[in-house]
Design a protein around this ligand. Structure first.
Ligand code: ACO
Length: 324
């Protein structure tokens, strides 16, 4: 049997780091009131990184990809599939994946973006796994890269304090031992309104509002339930139980969502990888950023069983269970 396995991870954060106090000071200058105390208590976020205005998702993704290639011991020329999960691509088209392919100095292999907002990375990983299992690829780069700072409404304190920019990447290779064990993806388009950027480019201008809108409480309620069900679905597909999971690597949106999910899965919170405190919510980049941090800090070791799970606009949600 042909399986797929993660052989390298990488990540990148743009250098400009804003603590809650830094952000609160910038917002105060615009008459928007918030505090470190409020942000930490409601979300667990302490800092986030914002990219410089001329830096794009493909730039961030490129740095993460280089690290992942190095960790896997591969040259860019050996890659035969590139998937970028992003909702903040460099331009309407071509895809960030095509632009990144060229920055890597390679050509020819398929390259495309997956747009599933904060679930983007689990979607992209599932697609790459399927393409490897069917033989259409052998060495894939799967990247989550976002510049959410570009779509934030800095006059809306209920959303602008939550997000950050960054990228994470993995190399996923064909293997004769199982890496990815199971995955479970879902969407329900009736929830478009609770989390969206409703604007579009049309007739030579931006039509509608190009900034992020969110009903935080509605998102919170939906997120906890669907994350539990997706996680359980992957466990049952792989014939495993919660006790078999070494590390839970959830989408990093809010520490309270992560605590609730861990509780529902009866997992001690020490088994949850947390980077939301330092990264904020980086949407599709958050899971590969957290995975890479956990690998490089020595928490996640070869052979560990990992549960990756994401939820976001769409509504979309999903989980990937894997042997690292
Ligand atoms: N600073 C200070 N006060 C604030 C801020 C802020 N940044 N934002 C809101 N407030 C105020 C509100 O105005 C409100 O004041 P009021 O009571 O006088 O009206 C009060 O704080 C409480 O606001 P709520 O919206 O009820 O706060 P809540 O406890 O629901 O927390 C939050 C809001 C953090 C957004 C929460 O709903 C949440 O975490 N939701 C999940 C959404 C999420 O994480 N989304 C991430 C993107 S989606 C994804 O990635 C899946």
């Amino acid at each position: 049997t042909r399986y797929s396995r993660i052989t390298g991870t990488g990540s990148y954060l743009p250098p400009r780091r804003l603590t809650n106090a830094d952000l609160a000071a910038e917002l105060a200058a615009k008459g928007v009131e918030t505090s470190d105390e409020w942000i930490v208590e409601r979300t667990g976020i302490r800092a986030r990184h914002f990219a410089a205005p001329d830096v794009t998702s493909s730039d961030l993704g490129m740095e993460a990809a280089k690290q992942a290639l190095e960790a896997a011991g591969l040259q860019a020329s050996e890659i035969d599939l590139i998937i970028v999960a992003t909702s903040t691509p460099d331009m309407v088209f071509p895809s960030a994946a095509c632009i990144l392919q060229n920055k890597l100095g390679i050509a020819g292999c398929p390259a495309f973006d997956v747009q599933a907002v904060c679930s983007g990375f689990v979607y992209a990983l599932t697609v790459a796994d399927a393409m490897i299992k069917t033989g259409s690829a052998s060495k894939a780069l799967v990247i989550g890269a976002e510049v959410f700072s570009r779509i934030l409404d800095f006059s809306d304190r209920t959303t602008c304090v939550l997000f950050g920019d960054g990228a994470g990447a993995v190399v996923l290779e064909a293997s004769d031992t199982p890496g990815i064990l199971a995955s479970d993806l879902h969407a329900d388009g009736k929830h478009v309104g609770i989390l969206c950027v409703p604007g579009s480019v049309s007739g030579g201008q931006v039509l509608g509002d190009p900034l992020l809108k969110m009903d935080g409480q509605a998102v919170f309620k939906l997120a906890v339930g669907v994350l539990e069900s997706a996680a359980r679905a992957t466990l049952s597909k792989a014939n495993l139980t919660e006790a078999d999971i070494d590390w839970l690597i959830p989408h990093q949106a809010n520490i309270r969502i992560m605590q609730s999910t861990a509780k529902k899965l009866k997992m001690p919170f020490e088994k949850v990888i947390v980077t939301v405190d330092e990264h904020g919510n980086t949407s599709a980049a958050s899971i590969p950023l957290a995975l890479d941090a956990a690998v490089r800090s020595g928490k996640v070791k070869k052979g560990d069983t990992l549960m990756l799970e994401g939820v976001g606009g769409g509504f979309t949600w999903g989980a990937v269970l894997l042997n690292y």
